[in-house]
Design a protein around this ligand. Structure first.
Ligand code: SF4
Length: 123
């Protein structure tokens, strides 16, 4: 098995080739060791940081942007996104506040990525 990947850990965007050998996965094309670890992770257990938004009440805007505090397994992204569709919170919310805790197989926290003040009455 031979697979081509692009490492997205830094702006160099190294084009990686991963090949299965008798001694394990061999990675080529990486300019630093992080690329090798990235390629192996990507093939064996791909993970991503989840980014989305949830409904918020009493704020200037109707949606609050959120993200997972750690990467989650790629296959968990869709179920977690569906779970977030029913989540609602109320202003004020501070950046970094936990909106949902310990969700999914990876037990990540979903945190606010921005501060949302309570809406001033009459505005
Ligand atoms: S392999 Fe290293 S240098 Fe290349 S894109 Fe990945 S992190 Fe950047």
């Amino acid at each position: 098995m031979k697979q081509n990947l692009v490492c997205f850990l830094c702006p160099n965007s190294c084009e990686l080739t991963v090949e299965e050998t008798e001694s394990g996965l061999a990675v080529r094309g990486n300019r630093c060791p992080r690329g090798e670890a990235f390629a192996k992770q990507e093939l064996l257990d791909p993970q991503r940081t989840l980014t989305s938004s949830v409904r918020i009440h009493g704020a200037e805007f109707p949606l609050l942007s959120v993200r997972s505090d750690r990467p989650v397994k790629k296959r968990e992204l869709l179920p977690l996104m569906q779970q977030l569709r029913s989540v609602e919170c109320t202003a004020p919310i501070k950046q970094g506040d936990i909106i949902l805790s310990g969700v999914g197989e990876t037990a990540v926290n979903i945190i606010a990525t921005r501060t949302m003040a309570a809406k001033v009455r009459g505005r």
